[in-house]
Design a protein around this ligand. Structure first.
Ligand SMILES: [Zn+2]
Length: 120
């Protein structure tokens, strides 16, 4: 197992999923922009720790959430890019998240808090 730190507990509540290099690249691909667009994004602050996919072992990440939103067409890519760069303007409803690698659904529901600045 890697010793790379994948998340950190926030003093004000919640868990930051620290954005990995791989996830940053994946976000760029999903949203048709250069990964460097998200250079200041440290990670999304969620209500729970990352989950490992039961099927392929991938850790749940921001890329899975964005992947799902792109698939469903719930937000424009422009809005998602803005939210990733500036942080969410509102909390998210709790929702299920599917693994972007194999489509298996992660257990339980996920949400992020508001307001939170994802860049620090
Ligand atoms: Zn999977």
């Amino acid at each position: 197992m890697s010793t790379y730190q994948t998340e950190e507990i926030m003093a004000e509540g919640g868990v930051r999923w620290i954005l990995s290099h791989e996830e940053r690249e994946h976000l760029g691909e999903l949203l048709d922009v250069d990964a460097s667009t998200f250079d200041n994004l440290k990670g999304n602050i969620m209500n729970r720790s990352r989950m490992a996919c039961k099927k392929c072992g991938k850790l749940s990440g921001l890329d899975d959430i964005v992947h799902g939103a792109v698939e469903l067409g719930v937000h424009t890519k422009g809005l998602m890019i803005y939210t990733l760069v500036h942080g969410p303007t509102g909390g998210s409803p709790a929702h299920a998240v599917d693994c972007s690698r194999c489509s298996e659904q992660f257990e339980g529901v996920f949400l992020w808090f508001s307001p939170s600045n994802w860049s620090y």
